[in-house]
Design a protein. Structure first.
Length: 175
C-alpha cells in the first residue's frame, strides 16, 4: 500500500493483499467455506462503511482482521439465537417437501459457485428481499450499475445451475 490515500481509496489499495489474509483467518475458524466467504464479504462491506464514515481512516490488514473477528463473532451469535423451526407448521399444500429441500440445496450449491459480487447482489436482492436501490446503497454502486450487475448475476446463476429433467408440474412452459 502506498499510503497516499485514506478512506475508500485506501481500502481499494489494500484489498488484494487483505482478501486472502482475511479469508484465511475466517476459514481457519469455521469449517464451512460458504460461511467463511459470507463473513469475509461482511467484513469488507463493514470496512467500506467505516472508511466512508471516517475519511481519515487508513485500513490495514490487521485492522481488517479485527473487523473479521467481530463479524465472525456476530455470525456465531446469530447462529445461537436462530430459533428451532416450529414443528407443527403445516406443509404447503401440493408440494413434495423432499423436492423443495432438494431445490433449496441445489440453489445454495449453485450460489456458492458464483463470484462473491454476484453472490452478494443475488443474496441482497432475493434472499434478503431488498429493493434494488437499497442493494445499490449497500454495495456502493448506482442503481443502474446494480441492475446491470443483477442481470449478469442471474445469467451466471442460470448457467451454473445443474440441468435437471423437467418436472411433471411444468407443462409445456419455460423453466
Amino acid at each position: 500500500m502506498s499510503g497516499e490515500h485514506t478512506g475508500p481509496e485506501a481500502l481499494l489499495e489494500v484489498y488484494d493483499t487483505a482478501l486472502p489474509a482475511v479469508y484465511g483467518f475466517v476459514v481457519r475458524r469455521c469449517s464451512d467455506r460458504r460461511v467463511a466467504e459470507d463473513v469475509t464479504s461482511e467484513t469488507f462491506l463493514a470496512a467500506m462503511d467505516s472508511v466512508r464514515r471516517d475519511a481519515d481512516l487508513t485500513p490495514t490488514v490487521p485492522w481488517l482482521i479485527g473487523v473479521a473477528r467481530h463479524k465472525l463473532a456476530d455470525h456465531w451469535r446469530r447462529a445461537q439465537r436462530t430459533p428451532e423451526p416450529v414443528p407443527d407448521v403445516p406443509d404447503p399444500p401440493g408440494e413434495d417437501l423432499a423436492e423443495v429441500h432438494l431445490d433449496r440445496m441445489i440453489a445454495h450449491h449453485t450460489l456458492a459457485q458464483l463470484t462473491p459480487i454476484h453472490r452478494s447482489v443475488l443474496t441482497l436482492r432475493y434472499v434478503d428481499d431488498l429493493p434494488v436501490a437499497e442493494c445499490a446503497e449497500i454495495m456502493g454502486r448506482t442503481v443502474g450499475a446494480t441492475e446491470a450487475l443483477l442481470t449478469r448475476a442471474k445469467r451466471a446463476f442460470r448457467a451454473a445451475y445443474p440441468d435437471q429433467p423437467a418436472r411433471s408440474t411444468r407443462k409445456g412452459g419455460r423453466a
